[in-house]
Ligand binder design. Structure first.
Ligand code: NAD
Length: 368
């Protein structure tokens, strides 16, 4: 199909970023948007995220070839139920963006049964602490996993067509069963949020009796609790729509805490060492070392001498380029003191950085 009408309901961080990504590869598509708040509708129009907006969800639905629901999970289900009573285009492709999948997929299968509707669940696995249309970013999903969960309403052509529509997001599309998605994310995302919040609660209570807790909390504690600052509303709905898997992970974890507690009580020197060492080995082998499981960031490597302000000079040259990671690898070579590794989201920024550093400094830049 050439020209298409895409309807994005919810012009927040996720919906707005998806709309921008679609526009990047399909400038000829018409993008319609729904949003509750006047402010985000206005911003979405001004930023060219959408071509037309409405505050009435049902209004644009009959015009759409593709409908993307990018609102909170409960509202996604409510919109699915509402869509089932509207007169939609034949074979309209409907998807969502919710962080849990099984309840949404079940709602779609029940609501659209026997209708000429195609539905596939989606979970774009990227986010930020920001929200609203002003936070929408065309590069948000660059290299991120974009999970697609097929349903009884997913025909052979559905996934291929959706992937083509979303090609401008530059995401890594993966198809997996909705229940398995919810199980895996309970382990690597939902349960860690429970732990981070619990740790903060515990430390907060402890600090009432032991005031220095507040001052000494740094490094490891900060790494472990960063996600405790996530948006409470979103995480409440995630836990409530993935109840069984999260509760199962909590029970499993209690047993692990008991195991290490028993080893400490028993003064089991070797057992404790094994416990930590096993965890270290597993972490080293996991994709965790490739930022978010992504192994194809766009890196440059700059050989830098151990001199004052070298890194500041390089960063100043890169002002305006959005880099995603920075690290110094120490080298045991006589001629180089360190290698500065800088990661970018795309090849264009990578090439620009190499050019500008080589033109303005004597340092060698390589791309591996
Ligand atoms: P956001 O707050 O930036 O945007 C949410 C949008 O939903 C806004 O447009 C808001 O006006 C609208 N909305 C909220 N409640 C509504 C209601 N009751 N009725 C109608 N519209 C309503 O949030 P977001 O981060 O874009 O999240 C949207 C969806 O994407 C959620 O389902 C979330 O689970 C999912 N998601 C979020 C992230 C993340 O990290 N932010 C990552 C992946 C998926």
């Amino acid at each position: 199909m050439g020209h298409k009408v895409i309807y994005v309901a919810g012009l927040g961080l996720i919906g707005g970023s998806i709309a921008l990504g679609i526009k990047r590869d399909h400038p000829d598509y018409t993008i319609l948007g729904y949003n509750r708040s006047e402010k985000s509708r206005q911003i979405a129009l001004e930023r060219g995220i959408v071509d037309e907006v409405t505050d009435d969800f049902a209004h644009f639905a009959p015009r759409a070839d593709v409908i993307i629901l990018a609102v909170p999970i409960k509202q996604t289900i409510a919109f699915i139920e509402e869509l089932a009573h509207l007169s939609l285009k034949e074979n309209v492709l409907i998807t969502d963006a919710g962080s849990t999948k099984l309840e949404i997929v079940k709602a779609a299968e029940a609501s659209f049964a026997n209708q000429a509707v195609r539905f596939v669940g989606s979970h774009p696995m990227a986010g930020s602490h920001k929200s609203g249309a002003s936070a929408a970013d065309v590069n948000l999903f660059e290299n991120a996993y974009y999970i697609l969960t097929p349903t009884a309403l997913t025909t052979d052509d559905t996934i291929e067509e959706l992937r083509a529509d979303l090609s401008g997001l530059h995401a890594r599309f993966i198809t997996i069963d909705a229940a398995e998605h919810d199980r895996v994310t309970s382990q690597i995302s939902h349960f860690p949020h429970v732990i981070a919040a619990s740790l903060m609660e515990q430390a907060g209570d402890y600090a009432k009796e032991h005031e220095m807790t507040n001052h000494f909390a740094a490094g490891g504690f900060r790494d472990m609790t960063r996600i405790a600052e996530s948006e409470a509303g979103m995480w409440t709905s995630i836990l409530l729509t993935n109840k069984e898997a999260v509760l199962e992970r909590i029970e499993d974890f209690k047993e692990r805490l008991d195991t290490i507690a028993d080893k400490i009580k028993a003064q089991d020197d070797d057992g404790i060492w094994q416990y930590f060492n096993h965890a270290k080995t597993i972490r080293q082998e996991m994709e965790i070392h490739k930022r978010g499981g992504v192994d194809s960031f766009y890196d440059i490597f700059v050989n830098v001498p151990d001199e004052e302000d070298v890194i500041l000079t390089i960063l100043e040259l890169l002002r305006g380029t959005s880099l995603v990671n920075l690290r110094i690898n120490e080298e045991n070579r006589d001629d180089i003191h360190g290698i500065l590794q800088i990661s970018f989201k795309n090849a264009k920024d990578q090439a620009r950085a190499q050019k500008v550093i080589e033109a303005n400094t004597p340092y060698k830049v390589t791309i591996q």
